[in-house]
Design a protein around this ligand. Structure first.
Ligand SMILES: [Fe+2]
Length: 430
């Protein structure tokens, strides 16, 4: 059954007059043109908009039925052919990664931890925090070091390839927050792509990840090239939204039951074509006549403008129907299937997603954020620093506004890490 939100939620539409017009922004476009040529950019634009015609029709028709749902065994033993299909969609649900009673117990423990330390815990949004700034509760530590979670994230990291031999798919445990969302509170999230925003155009290493897109061959873009991606710097421009590390897949583990409409997640189930469109969009200005808006041929090359639609250097890449019309966001925004405690959802680091605006369910919708993070030089540096901070009662570097959790009631420190040596290694202890 497709779950499609036809109406656009009250999220901002990104327009030039309200954009971040940093002087010199146009320079990044010029540098790309100088290296790859204007013809390639135009070719890619036309090909990508054409590909979106078919893709958006398919997503609008199928809705969330496009999102694959697997068991842990299936994902660990997937054939090469099925793996390619999963990589094409770029997101999937894996059920029962952790037994349901165990995940439910983690939720009870987490609720107690939050209640016991409520005066110290902040989160987003400020007035009614839903995404909480806690990183080392016993439930989070247990979830991140659970043997099945380590196995699965290692498998997801191996979806990527790096022929250099200097990286490995061994999972590193990035300490992230939790979501506990009570029913009835609306959330003003926005459609976004994480892992930096302006850095995709400005950082030469990041830019090289997308060389096929710049050079007129977007169909050859490989979103799973770790060899190139491992050097990209998503935090070239500082900002609280940017993660320092590369997560091959962002993801979370559900602690409670939540169906579509219960404050869960929406995704745009495609990586390759959507990211190509988002990257090419700042190079083109729309036609004068509104009737021509979806005719890609009528858009003209614009290398002068400092505006990157939906791009704010300190925030994630944001999207809206007005700034990104060919994406048909209103129809291609699909809710993920119903989730149960112990299920996980993963989406590619370049995938567009959002937390549902309403929570119409009857119970808390709660998740622990757990991304798949491979062992790369940059990731390892961060995780080693995260461990040093943890041992000194400090929050992770990406979340400096967090508190000293070692003073929290219910904090257990290193004792909370399971999975033996593998759990400790993933946490950066050894
Ligand atoms: Fe996000």
């Amino acid at each position: 059954m497709p779950y499609i939100t036809k109406a656009w939620p009250p999220w901002p539409q990104f327009v030039e007059s309200k954009g971040e017009l940093r002087a010199g922004n146009a320079r990044y476009k010029q540098e790309i043109i100088d290296k790859y040529g204007a013809d390639g950019i135009r070719q890619s634009w036309l090909k990508t908009c054409k590909a979106l015609n078919a893709l958006t029709a398919e997503i609008a028709a199928k809705g969330s039925a496009i999102i694959p749902v697997l068991t842990l065994d299936e994902i660990l033993n997937t054939s090469e052919e099925s793996k390619e299909e999963l990589k094409d969609v770029g997101c999937f649900v894996v059920r029962d990664v952790v037994p349901r009673p165990e995940a439910t117990a983690w939720f009870q423990s987490l609720k107690q931890y939050v209640a016991d330390n409520k005066d110290e815990i902040t989160g987003w949004p400020l007035e009614t925090p839903i995404i909480l700034d806690i990183f080392h509760s016993p439930s989070q530590q247990a979830a991140r070091s659970h043997a099945n979670v380590l196995k699965m994230t290692r498998e997801l990291n191996s979806f990527w390839h790096d022929e250099s031999g200097v990286t490995s798919p061994e999972q590193l445990s990035y300490a992230d927050g939790v979501r506990i969302r009570t029913p009835g509170i609306a959330l003003a999230d926005s459609y976004n792509i994480d892992a930096g925003s302006l850095a995709r155009w400005a950082d030469p290493s990041y830019r090289s990840v997308y060389s096929s897109i710049w050079s007129g061959e977007p169909e050859k873009h490989d979103p799973y090239n770790l060899g190139l991606r491992k050097e990209a710097n998503p935090k070239l421009f500082p900002g609280p939204a940017h993660s320092s590390i590369l997560r091959t897949f962002q993801g979370w583990l559900a602690l409670t039951e939540a169906g579509p409409g219960d404050g869960s997640l929406m995704v745009y189930p495609n990586v390759k074509v959507v990211i190509a469109y988002v990257l090419l969009r700042p190079f083109f200005a729309p036609p004068e006549k509104e009737a021509d808006l979806l005719d890609a041929e009528k858009w003209s090359l614009d290398l002068e403008s400092n505006w990157y639609p939906g791009t704010f250097s300190d925030d994630s890449q944001l999207l809206s129907p007005e700034s990104h019309p060919h994406l048909r966001l209103e129809e291609c925004l699909v809710s993920i299937p119903k989730m149960y405690p112990g299920d996980t959802m993963f989406w590619h680091t370049d995938m567009c997603h959002a937390v549902e605006i309403d929570h119409n369910g009857a119970i808390d919708a709660s998740v622990i954020y757990i991304g798949a993070a491979p062992t790369t030089h940059m990731n390892l540096l961060y995780i080693k620093d995260q461990w040093a901070r943890f041992k000194n009662g400090m929050p992770p570097a990406d979340f400096e506004h967090g508190k000293d959790e070692s003073t929290f009631k219910g904090y257990v420190g290193e004792e909370g890490i399971f999975g033996g040596e593998a759990g400790k290694k993933a946490a950066g202890a050894i």
